[in-house]
Design a protein around this ligand. Structure first.
Ligand code: F6R
Length: 594
């Protein structure tokens, strides 16, 4: 949440900051602002609204600058609450991502000492605290300030008397980009790609001083240390729309490639980590939102393939559950690897003595440091706020892992494992064939765009897909939607069914198919329009008002195909309603507050 970018070097600062911020605006888009050091003054421009609302031509030339795009936590979106913030003397400017838990008491003290505040934010205390602690050595003041604040933060400071940047992080990502005669810093790698692929990932407690030709990093024990330089594998084109109208559509269309890259190598030789170290008698999936739905699909996959009982818990609830006697393998799913609730859940799982594995899309993200093992999805950067290709690749990883575990536990024959692997190999083609039908799926959304409530129903392994379909529709089309196990509608929600309440029914030919047919009949009898997504079937054709039939696939592998159809349904419904698809209101891509 909140995007941060900083630059020190000879380039045109307004391009670097504005272009960098534009690549980060999925992290929040309530307000935007920049601060630039110009002739020993700090120039500030900040506004409620989008980065495009800033007046770029007014930003002066300068050798160092910072920028911010905000997702509001303390204080509503407004010009005053936009970052950067400056101290009373105009000597220091800061931008912040996260939450300062103890800001109220600090603010009271600072006001007593005569500091004047211009915003309602928690962030502004940082710059006044810096001012208060500054007796000539700003680096020391920065170090001291960090000891006084608690919470989650990534902070970037600019000073008016030099072109150095000061930066720190705690439970909030910060990446330093290494250039030639220039250096950068950003909350996320896409903002750096235009300038460099060589980066250093800061770790919690690190404080860095960055100039055009030097990067000094002190760890939390105040020791000057070296953080390894790593190479970002993503290309600049991966972080651009590439001719698509929205990132979301581009990312939906990237799924065949993302599946392919995620299974590449792993199907023939799974050497990600030593699986034989783990023989869990239970698996616990923990995640939020779409990642939780991927974990929920994983429950069905693992129970079927690896014969291990599984549970799914939302990260935000896990800490409040009672520890069980058993010590399961805990699989944490997080696209960003930064979701605060999931990070906290990982720590809790470790504390309870569980083995922990994270599946994430972002190299070196915070969660990778909290767990025993890490698997990376190879989806490439996901910029659209609504998760699409990362859900797909998370589920692909779960198939891979379940197959390996099934073999290790002697519950899956080699033959059957090979058949499953072949199914994974065939998935990209099948997804492609659905994508080729995009116009057909778009046409199915005409009536949906007029609805106020839409139900999604599924059974068995497609029940979580119904939940995911409903989440995606709510998120980007702003239509109320609810996902249910198909058999549950008659236990209450039936009362809401009318001829104006479309129901999207997932019907694949597994052991629940006949029951699903019955459920669809019951829904149709209440005059609700039924849209079927599933396996081709004459009976379904008769019952449904509209249908999309997925390519032939064993039911166990159907969730990914069905979900791609539901992604397109949400996308085109939102498109018809002219929604801000890549940046839905009130949301941000990675949620680094609890
Ligand atoms: C929905 C969506 C969110 C995320 C959730 C978890 O489209 O993107 O529900 O899935 O915020 O985020 P990660 O996976 O980064 O932990």
């Amino acid at each position: 949440m909140c995007g941060i970018v900083g630059y020190t070097g000879p380039k045109n600062i307004r391009d670097v900051l504005i272009d960098g911020l534009k690549r980060l605006d999925y992290r929040g888009y309530d307000s935007a602002g920049v601060g630039v050091r110009k002739e020993d003054e700090i120039y500030l421009q900040k506004k409620k609204g989008r980065i495009e609302d800033l007046s770029k031509e007014d930003i002066p030339e300068g050798k160092a600058g910072i920028g911010h795009t905000r997702w509001a936590t303390h204080g509503k979106p407004s010009d005053e609450n936009a970052h950067p913030f400056v101290d009373c003397r105009g000597e220091i400017a800061i931008v912040h991502n996260g939450i300062i838990d103890n800001f109220n008491s600090i603010k009271d003290e600072l006001i007593d000492k005569g500091h004047e505040f211009s915003s309602e934010t928690d962030s502004e205390v940082i710059v006044h605290l810096l001012e208060e602690n500054n007796d000539g050595d700003l680096l020391e003041a920065f170090k001291k300030t960090v000891t006084k604040i608690s919470g989650s933060y990534a902070i970037l400071a600019l000073r008016r008397d030099s072109s150095e940047l000061l930066v720190t992080r705690n439970q909030s990502p910060m990446v330093v980009g290494i250039g030639e005669d220039e250096n950068l810093v950003a909350s996320d790698a896409p903002a750096l790609l235009e300038h460099t692929k060589n980066v250093k990932y800061l770790q919690d407690g690190d404080i860095a001083r960055i100039t055009g030709d030097e990067i000094d990093i002190w760890n939390e024990d105040d020791q000057l240390i070296e953080r390894k330089t790593k190479k970002i594998e993503w290309d600049l084109e991966d972080a651009e729309k590439g001719g698509y109208e929205h990132f979301m559509l581009k990312e939906i269309f990237e799924q065949p490639k993302a599946i392919h890259e995620s299974i590449l190598g792993r199907l023939t030789n799974f050497d990600e980590f030593d699986l034989s170290k783990y023989d869990p008698n239970a698996i616990q999936f923990i995640a939020c939102g779409t990642s939780a739905h991927a974990g929920f699909v994983g429950k069905y996959i693992f129970e079927k393939i690896a014969k291990i009982p599984c549970t799914l818990e939302f990260s935000s609830e896990y800490r409040h559950s009672s520890p069980s006697e058993s010590y399961p393998l805990t699989i944490l799913l997080s696209q960003s690897g930064e979701t605060l609730d999931t990070m906290a859940a990982a720590r809790e799982a470790n504390q309870r003595g569980n083995d922990t594995l994270a599946i994430t899309n972002v190299l070196d993200s915070s969660i990778t440091r909290e767990v025993d093992e890490v698997m990376y999805t190879q989806a490439g950067p996901e910029i659209g706020v609504a998760a699409t290709k990362t859900f797909t690749t998370q589920v692909v990883m779960l198939y891979l892992l379940a197959i390996e575990m099934g073999i290790k536990r002697n519950v899956l024959s080699k033959d059957q494992a090979d058949k499953y692997r072949d199914e994974l190999r065939r998935l990209p083609r099948k997804v492609e064939s659905i994508l080729n039908d995009k116009e057909k799926i778009r046409d199915m959304t005409e009536s949906l765009a007029k609805a106020e409530d839409i139900f999604f129903v599924g059974r068995n392994i497609n029940y979580p897909v119904a939940l995911e379909g409903a989440l995606k529709l709510k998120e980007i089309a702003y239509i109320h939607a609810a996902g249910y196990p198909a058999g549950e509608l008659k236990h209450g929600p039936f009362a809401l069914l009318t001829e104006n309440t479309p129901v999207i029914a997932i019907a694949v030919k597994d052991e629940t198919f006949d029951k699903m047919l019955g459920n669809i009949g019951e829904i149709a009898a209440r005059d609700s329009p039924v849209i079927v997504v599933g396996d081709k079937d004459k009976e379904l054709e008769k019952l449904a008002d509209d249908a999309y039939f997925i390519p032939d696939v064993p039911p166990l592998f159907s969730p990914l195909l069905v979900n791609v159809v539901l992604q397109l349904i949400s996308y085109y419904t939102a498109y018809r309603l002219d929604r801000d698809i890549d940046k839905p209101r009130n949301l941000a891509k990675s949620v680094t507050v609890e």
